[in-house]
Design a protein around this ligand. Structure first.
Ligand code: NAD
Length: 251
């Protein structure tokens, strides 16, 4: 079990889906989790639920596109906890539209949240982690960063591919400050984002058929991989891409 006790971990998109699973798992392992999400209702509810169980969790409203919002969230977390040990850039959106129908506005919107949101997160925590003598950033990619085997994922694939290389470039800049930066690339995971797929039996068959393990992941299976990257067990890992896809990209 990856050790997270005492760490302060900021999770974007922490209110729902994968982010919710990360919040639950990390808090359950003794971390202080900060759930940062654009959805205040779900975020507050989750923070209250975890706190009622005796865990350490709080909510911060954050739109990852907004640099000023990032600065204020980071300041609030520092006031409360005096440190940020890890940032999980998890917030993201999915859009499925074939190239012919995809507008540049839609393309820009996906890039703005998925890529610029991740970039702003790295920028916001880096000076603090540097001052503290180190830290960990985990960026959320996807199998869509590695393969483009489904029609209509032009914007999503472009954004996730960008996150993969952004991670390596940021890792290169921050290694001298003892800040490790890695990306995680989940396969199909049962979250509200993927619910659309599961409504379509043909698409479900196609996606799960290509997955060697013939099933979707439970969100906590991805959280475990991220917990490892945050923990000191991954002390020599930076700039890497950790693929957690049930074998989707293996064949
Ligand atoms: P989800 O839609 O279920 O949850 C996303 C969360 O992000 C929500 O809580 C939402 O409120 C929040 N969010 C959206 N826009 C935001 C913004 N501008 N600022 C702050 N928060 C915002 O999605 P999910 O399935 O949990 O996906 C989480 C991450 O994992 C995404 O980056 C996604 O691309 C990636 N991913 C998901 C899958 C999958 O199969 N579900 C597979 C690979 C990668």
């Amino acid at each position: 079990m990856s050790k997270l006790g005492g760490k302060v971990i900021l999770i974007t998109g922490g209110a729902q889906g994968l982010g919710e699973a990360h919040s639950r798992l990390f808090a359950g392992r003794g971390a202080s989790v900060v759930i940062a999400d654009i959805d205040s209702i779900a975020g507050l509810e989750l923070a209250q639920e975890l706190t009622a169980k005796g865990l350490v969790a709080s909510f911060q409203k954050l739109d990852v596109r907004d640099g000023a919002n990032w600065a204020q969230v980071v300041e609030d977390v520092m006031d409360r906890h005096h440190r940020i040990d890890a940032l999980v850039n998890n917030a993201g959106i999915y859009l499925r539209a074939p190239l012919e129908d995809l507008s540049s506005k839609q393309f820009a919107e996906v890039m703005e949240i998925n890529v610029n949101g991740t970039f702003l997160g790295c920028k916001a925590v880096a000076p603090i982690m540097r001052r503290l003598g180190g830290g960990v950033i985990v960026n959320t990619g996807s199998i869509a960063a590695l393969v483009a085997n489904l029609d209509g994922e032009v914007a999503y694939c472009a954004s996730k591919g960008a996150i993969k290389m952004l991670t390596k470039a940021v890792a290169s800049d921050l290694a001298k400050y003892n800040i490790r930066v890695n990306s995680v690339h989940p396969g199909v995971v049962q979250t509200p984002m993927a619910a659309e797929f599961f409504k379509n039996p043909e698409l479900t068959r196609e996606l799960l058929g290509t997955t060697l393990m013939k099933r979707a992941a439970a969100p906590a299976e991805i959280s475990e991989a991220i917990a490892f990257l945050i923990s000191d067990s991954a002390s020599f890992m930076t700039g890497s891409d950790l693929v957690v896809d049930g074998g989707f990209t293996a064949v």
